[in-house]
Design a protein around this ligand. Structure first.
Ligand code: FES
Length: 267
């Protein structure tokens, strides 16, 4: 290697890459910053999060205690927040976008002689990701329950005379499906299903385990995609709930209901 190359590689951002590698960390920086601002605002707003059978995913499960005087979202959001903040994919994304360590593959990162990666200090806490996964899975279960509640008119859960499909139903189900794609493609979930084994045997239980592991692997291969679309869907479900809460139930149009069928038959 000649002298010019050696010195240029010591400069932050130095690289021999000729593609547009700067766009990716810039986009991440902008999107994550905007989401953090929106999420923080909504968490503290403590309003417009519940109407009829819709409960914003930012506030679910709704934890209300007499001793807690602040927004209930502040009690629940740390779980999905921790889950995403310690996610292997997001770690790569925000290390590049916010810290420039490194900025991209084959690009010189921000010079810091004390840089030790995730092997010391607060960064070792990233290891709690698997526990964040367990907790986030419980929250996800509640979000599925919330989605099922939208299948019935408010106050008539499991009464099939009040079965309905509204725009909110679609918004909530799309959100939980995307969140599930993200959560179950998690590296910790993959490890749980079979990543901890050296090999699978031919026993029945092992075959089932292999089959689950292969499905999770399929999700895991697209983990980045699931991470982003589920981030937007959870925000979309919150925005939708807020809009309906501000304008009342008619703002959540019912697309199908048992009443419609009854009226149709009566004609
Ligand atoms: S690695 Fe991304 S959610 Fe676990």
């Amino acid at each position: 290697m000649n002298e010019t190359n050696t010195s240029s590689r010591k400069t932050t951002g130095a690289t021999h890459r000729t593609d547009d590698w700067q766009t990716y960390p810039t986009k991440i920086l902008v999107v994550l910053t905007l989401f953090a601002i929106y999420g923080t605002y909504r968490a503290f707003e403590n309003n417009w999060y519940e109407v009829g059978n819709l409960l914003s995913p930012f506030y679910s499960p709704k934890l209300e205690f007499s001793w807690w005087k602040f927004s209930p979202a502040l009690l629940i959001l740390p779980i999905p927040g921790l889950f995403r903040a310690t996610c292997y994919y997001y770690r790569k994304a925000y290390y590049r976008a916010f810290f420039g360590t490194p900025k991209a593959c084959a690009v010189t990162g921000t010079a810091n002689p004390r840089y030790t990666g995730e092997s010391s200090g607060i960064w070792t806490l990233q290891n709690i990701h698997r526990y964040a996964f367990y907790m986030a899975t419980l929250v996800l279960g509640v979000l599925w329950w919330d989605a099922f509640q939208t299948l019935f008119a408010a106050g008539h859960f499991f009464n099939f005379s009040y079965f309905q499909i509204s725009v909110g139903t679609i918004v909530f189900f799309v959100n939980v499906v995307l969140l599930s794609g993200y959560s179950f493609g998690c590296h910790a979930c993959r490890h749980l299903a079979g990543g901890c084994l050296d090999s699978f045997s031919s026993s029945g239980a092992s075959k089932t385990s292999l089959s689950i592991w292969e499905r999770i692997t399929k999700l895991n291969e697209k983990h980045e995609m699931w991470a982003w679309i589920s981030l937007f869907s959870v925000m979309g479900a919150d925005v939708y709930t807020t809009v309906v809460a501000r304008h009342g139930i008619p703002a959540d149009p019912v697309l199908f209901s048992m009443d419609m069928i009854t009226n149709l038959v009566a004609k």
